[in-house]
Design a protein around this ligand. Structure first.
Ligand code: G3P
Ligand code: MG
Length: 243
């Protein structure tokens, strides 16, 4: 089966999201790829965290953009998974250093639709080039100006538009923005869209697919991939379908 399984924020259903232990878990269970969210610290370092504020997932409070990397590094991002020890917020550099030793696909989501981090695109592209992971990387963002900018500065790296509404003929829109793939919310990823996009060479990878019924539906639709907090479960279902 061609459908690739991406561990969303690593293996966020069972491990502290967007931490090294979570990405390592996704690899351990055999995921094809990982997804991670990137923002900028106050001193301009790309750091891996989902929310604009650290409050939900760490023992700290306040905006990521107001804290230096060293301050962010003191925080414990163990979130609700208290059985784990101290889990620091990784920098993008740390994740890429590790992922570059693997064959994992790496979906780097630029979290810049609420705060337009100045220079985020350039910094992220620079790191991807430094670790020579261009071929295994997919950039995505809900901020499509950012995707268009990435298309200008890194034309050879795959880019995907993230969206959650009923975008009209998204395969045409993706082309305008300079994206090669669609990352829709699972609710708006229809069979017709997957088919039409596929005929134009546009890949579709819905998010975030956590229940067995929807996973089976995604496999039946033959999507290029999907994001899940439970990569182990998705792999078991895929293996069952294949056997
Ligand atoms: O990249 C897929 C998915 O992560 C997008 O939504 O909010 O989980 O980052 P979110
Ligand atoms: Mg994300």
């Amino acid at each position: 089966m061609d459908t690739k399984i991406f561990g969303h924020r690593g293996a966020a259903g069972t491990h502290p999201e967007n931490t090294m232990i979570s990405f390592q878990q996704a690899k351990k269970v055999g995921a094809d790829g990982i997804e991670l969210d990137v923002q900028l610290s106050s001193d301009g370092v790309p750091v891996v965290i989902h929310d604009e504020k650290v409050d939900r997932t760490t023992d700290g409070s306040g905006f990521v953009k107001d804290k230096k990397m060293e301050e962010l590094k003191q925080l414990n991002a163990v979130f609700k998974f208290k059985q784990f020890d101290f889990c620091p917020i990784p920098t993008l550099q740390e994740v890429l250093e590790w992922a570059s030793q693997t064959t994992l696909l790496i979906n780097i989501e630029l979290k810049n639709s609420v705060i337009a981090y100045e220079g985020l695109e350039e910094k992220v592209v620079e790191l991807v080039k430094l670790y020579k992971v261009e071929k295994q990387t997919i950039f995505s963002s809900f901020n499509h100006y950012s995707i268009s900018k990435l298309h200008r500065i890194a034309p050879h790296i795959e880019k995907a538009i993230l969206y959650s509404e009923g975008l009209f003929e998204p395969w045409n829109y993706a082309h305008v923005v300079g994206a090669q793939s669609l990352h829709p919310n699972k609710g708006v990823a229809t069979k017709a869209i997957v088919k039409a996009a596929g005929s134009k060479g546009i890949q579709v990878r819905p998010y975030t697919v956590n229940d067995e019924r929807t996973m089976k539906k995604m496999f039946a639709m033959n999507v290029s991939g999907f994001f899940t907090d439970y990569p182990e479960k998705a792999l078991q279902i895929r293996e069952k379908i294949e056997s």
